[in-house]
Write a protein of this length. Structure first.
Length: 114
C-alpha cells in the first residue's frame, strides 16, 4: 500500500518560512514525478509546484520565486521550501505523485498570520 506522509505544516507569521516534507513508501519513487498542491475551503485544489524524475521543476505563478520544490531519492522524500509567506498561502497542502501513477497524501495545514 502506497503512503505519502506530509509533515512540516503549522502556523507562521507573514514573511516567514516553512519547509514541508513528504515521505513516500513507494518503490518507484525515483522514476515518479511529484507535486505539491494546496486547497482552501470552497476552492478547487491547485497545483503549487511539481518536480519530474529528472529534477525539472515548475511553479504556479503565485509562488514563483518564493517556493522551492526538491527531492531526495535516497530518502524517498520530496520537499517544499516556502519563503516570504503571505496570508493567501494559507491552505491545506497535499503531496502527490503525478506520474506514472497518482497517489495523494493526507495533507498538512499551513496557516500564515497576517
Amino acid at each position: 500500500q502506497v503512503q505519502l506522509v506530509e509533515s512540516g505544516g503549522g502556523l507562521v507569521q507573514a514573511g516567514g518560512s516553512l519547509r514541508l516534507s513528504c515521505a513516500a513508501s513507494l518503490s518507484t519513487f525515483s522514476i515518479s514525478s511529484m507535486a505539491w498542491y494546496r486547497q482552501t475551503p470552497g476552492k478547487q485544489r491547485e497545483l503549487v509546484a511539481r518536480i519530474s524524475n529528472g529534477d525539472s521543476t515548475d511553479y504556479a505563478d503565485s509562488v514563483q520565486g518564493r517556493f522551492i520544490i526538491s527531492r531526495d531519492n535516497a530518502k524517498n522524500t520530496v520537499y517544499l521550501q516556502m519563503n516570504s509567506l503571505k496570508f493567501e498561502d494559507t491552505a491545506v497542502y497535499y503531496c502527490a505523485t503525478i506520474y506514472p501513477k497518482n497517489y495523494w497524501g493526507q495533507g498538512t495545514q499551513v496557516t500564515v498570520a497576517s
